[in-house]
Design a binder for this molecule. Structure first.
Ligand code: ASP
Length: 616
């Protein structure tokens, strides 16, 4: 027997019992020849003491113990000496006086101290099996288990069946590049790893399974700039005879259960709903963080007759003028910094500029935060209320315009206003990002435990892709147009068509999204046609789906939640890599196993592949 109990189970009431524990040496201390070790297993830590006066031989052996050695000890549970009780530790009242020690395996010195949070991530990933020994990683993986278990339990109770779908599958358009797998048995052909089980889960509805779910691994061959992984996990759901409301209710129930079981908190439902148009207009993004306001405000009417040529020509050309008020940011943004923000807006979003008005506070404390060169204009001015405004454009505004915009924007001393003047979409996008950046600067979301859930609905069905000179599906090609917008679809007015699609958002992060699907063969074919897939191609790529729809496909819809991101948010982790046991780094590499690797010529030949990659 390696152990009779765990390292987190012994309390005062066990004093006097003889126990056997096993685990890793977490730390060791030598107190005048008496060795103390903290013995660690998955459950916790227990102090073990080797007393030379009682068990000289075992105590002698204990001197050789090092961190991360794997041992098993037997001994008597004893009270700690007065003054050495550790109230922070669940087992802090007791220690085990070892009478036997078995060294199960010695450990080399670890490449980094396991409890050091400043260790370089590459090193952690290279030795992931050591990194996963740390308390916070173990906690994250446990949490992930709880979330998955709660999901399975909840969906099972709702009558959903967990059904696996192929990993070797066919390409399905979800907007990313496919990972391909060559088929040895069918020379020259390839499987694609699923970007999502989208077609299969719909075909399960045609098959009459009615309620499907899967904790599904998905694969997307994307550039991994953001916090993404080439393989990730979704809680994937599809059901028949459902409306948008049914899916929303189901997912609210699911998230309620997950947050209850994983974090012990009740989240209020139903979640607020916001249309895509509203989200863009007010927050400049399709996943608004509603923990703070700082909304985008339209000022087009204020400048309709303006003498300021830049604004006027934008308005005359059908564009808009919007602004966002970074309340209290004046003290944090010097002229140089504002210049940097402008450069960022230009580089990142091809913005023409980022006009601003800064109204420095005259109060001594805040003035001190701005460079001396600027304190002059920050002082109260004898020349009227607008004289303290620092701005590259304000000299072009009339006093009426200034008063109107100040009123509309609640612009006050200490604030910075940012302007956008361009096409509506572009202005929303730029100011939406400015809003987030300002919120970060002002630390608006730090420390608060708010959980702002939100449904964003009525997404556009199609979007015109300038580079491809084609219409592309905003969600995916299987998404249903809103019934009232079908005439617009038929009339070719694609930009007007909205989808029965919904995203669930938490604190500005998209947790998942889905849609009610097209279940009619002809409408699906029409949709493919709009997307530039001609009849022949439709047969080759989607013939199976179109055919299936002609055999009595029920109305159906579904959703997928990103499990990694959800667990990350619940754990309060900074990256999804913190909640994935063996993640890839941002170049798609597993630093522990060194994948991806080169393979031998022979292996490639067997799958009819010849590499064209040039060796560096
Ligand atoms: N397959 C979709 C996705 O992965 C989700 C859905 O429509 O259910 O985003």
């Amino acid at each position: 027997m390696y152990r009779s109990t765990s390292c987190n189970s012994l309390r005062k009431e066990h004093i006097g019992q003889t126990v056997t524990l096993a685990g890793w040496v977490n730390s060791n201390r030598d107190h005048h020849g008496v060795i103390f070790i903290d013995l660690r297993d998955r459950e916790g830590v227990t102090q073990v003491v080797f007393r030379p006066e009682e068990f000289p031989q075992v105590a002698g052996q204990s001197h050789a113990l090092r961190a991360e050695d794997v041992i098993s000890i037997t001994g008597k549970v004893s009270p700690r000496l007065p003054g050495t009780v550790n109230a922070k530790l669940a087992t802090g009242d007791i220690e085990v006086v070892a009478s036997e020690l078995r060294v199960l395996n010695k450990a080399d010195v670890p490449p980094f101290p396991l409890d050091d949070s400043s260790v370089n991530e590459d090193l952690r990933l290279q030795y992931r099996y050591l990194d996963l020994r740390t308390g916070h990683m173990q906690k994250n993986l446990r949490l992930r288990h709880r979330v998955v278990k709660a999901s399975r339990d909840f969906l099972d109770e709702q009558g959903f069946l967990e059904i696996e779908t192929p990993v070797l599958s066919n390409p399905t358009p979800e907007g990313a590049r496919d990972f391909l797998v060559p088929s040895r048995l069918n020379p020259g052909t390839f499987y694609a790893l699923p970007q999502a089980p989208q077609q299969y889960k719909q075909l399960l509805q045609v098959a009459g399974l009615e309620k499907y779910f899967q904790i599904a691994r998905c694969f997307r061959d994307e550039d991994l700039r953001a916090d993404r992984q080439p393989e990730f996990t979704q809680i994937d759901v599809e059901a028949s005879f459902v409306t948008e409301k049914d899916i929303e209710d189901l997912i609210e129930g699911l998230l309620k259960r997950i947050f209850k079981e994983a974090r012990g908190i009740e989240i209020p439902t139903p979640f607020p709903r916001m249309t895509f148009a509203d989200a863009m207009n007010r927050y400049g993004i399709d996943k608004p963080d509603t923990r703070f306001a700082m909304e985008l405000t339209d000022l087009s009417d204020v400048f309709r007759e303006s003498q300021f040529k830049v604004f006027r020509s934008v308005l005359d050309g059908g564009g808009v003028i919007k602004a966002v008020n970074a309340k209290g940011a004046a003290a944090l943004l010097s002229k140089e910094q504002l210049k940097k923000w402008e450069e960022w807006a230009k580089a990142e979003f091809a913005a023409k500029g980022l006009a601003y008005i800064k109204w420095s506070s005259a109060a001594a404390g805040t003035v001190a935060a701005t460079p001396p060169s600027q304190t002059v204009s920050a002082a109260p001015s004898p020349q009227g209320p607008f004289a303290a405004w620092e701005s590259p454009i304000v000299k072009f505004f009339s006093d009426t315009e200034k008063a109107a915009l100040a009123g509309r924007m609640d612009f006050q001393e200490g604030d910075v206003l940012f302007f956008g003047a361009d096409k509506w979409e572009h202005v929303c996008e730029v100011l939406g990002r400015v809003r987030l950046r300002a919120a970060e600067l002002l630390k608006l979301t730090e420390g608060g435990g708010a959980l702002n859930f939100l449904w964003v609905v009525d997404f556009p069905l199609l979007q015109f892709h300038v580079e491809e000179n084609a219409w592309v599906a905003v969600h995916h090609p299987f998404t249903r147009p809103k019934a009232e917008d079908v005439p617009a679809l038929e009339a070719g007015d694609y930009g007007k068509v909205r989808a029965v699609a919904y995203d669930v958002v938490l604190n500005g992060v998209e947790l998942g999204g889905g849609s009610i699907r097209i279940h009619e063969r002809d409408l699906q074919a029409k949709m493919f046609e709009v997307l530039g897939v001609n009849a022949e191609e439709q047969q080759v790529k989607f013939g199976h789906l179109l055919k299936a729809f002609s055999f009595g496909a029920p109305p159906h819809g579904g959703i997928a939640l990103g499990l990694d991101r959800l667990v990350m948010l619940i754990a309060g982790a900074s990256s999804i890599r913190e909640v994935i046991a063996f993640p890839k780094n941002n170049r798609g590499m597993d630093l522990m196993t060194h994948s991806p690797v080169e393979v031998a010529f022979k292996q490639l030949r067997e799958v009819y592949i010849q590499s064209t990659a040039k060796k560096p």
